[in-house]
Design a protein around this ligand. Sequence first.
Ligand SMILES: O=C(O)c1ccccc1NCC(=O)[C@H](O)[C@H](O)COP(=O)(O)O
Length: 261
Amino acid sequence: MILEQIAADTRLRLIEEKKLVSPEEMKEKALALAADETFPFEKMLKEPGIHYICEVKKASPSKGLIAEDFPYLQIAKEYEAAGADAISCLTEPKYFLGKKEYLKAITDEVSIPVLRKDFTVDEYQIYEAKTLGAGVVLLICALLDTETIRSYIEICDRLGLSALVEVHDENEMDSAIKAGARVIGVNNRNLKDFTVDISNSTRLRSLAPENALFVAESGIKTAEDIQVLKDAGVNGVLIGETLMRSPEKAAMLAALNGGAL
Ligand SMILES: O=C(O)c1ccccc1NCC(=O)[C@H](O)[C@H](O)COP(=O)(O)O
């Protein structure tokens, strides 16, 4: 499965990266930064209404090259000015053509929370996310067992980072809940065959605990999709391709919201 390939390549990449900055040094650098104990990402999702997490993404395994011209900083600023509540920035280099530099440049320039969208397989990436200015990291249940997710959430808590714990089915939802996830993201994309089905979010919505925040991810394209997710009581939506392919991102975001944001 593609996810396993990405994880294997990430582990290889980390071997090289740790030669440049050791795990001890990365941890020390991250812990030296002030922890934001107010968890702005979670605070934002708790506000009434549906919240928009807008993704900065150049390419993906399912879609190939999405944006040949990729002014990532301009896109992030455009999202913020258009009323986005948070930004998701891909940092995975091989399959998504992401870069850590994109994340750092964006977090330096915007004041809304930024998610490091990567394939976390090592705590090193969490400490590094902190040093790059991220406010949120992605933990994918398909890649991590329950105990590891729990321990990574503890690291996030210590650093003042939020963890978006991603699930795709009932078993993974169970693991996220047992690990103590406060923010659960349901990926509508089946990573085995890349099919996308919004009803995956609506189906799993009722399985999430009352006090957990719920984000629907992937394949969101229309105001009707947003309305369905709103009706299901979703707190946030993560939108990538629809916005990335739109030449008028602010207008697209407004249209998805059924009017101005
Ligand atoms: O999108 C892929 O091809 C993909 C493949 C393997 C792992 C993850 C993948 N996607 C990451 C995402 O979850 C999306 O970037 C994100 O949810 C936004 O989705 P979309 O709005 O459909 O671009």
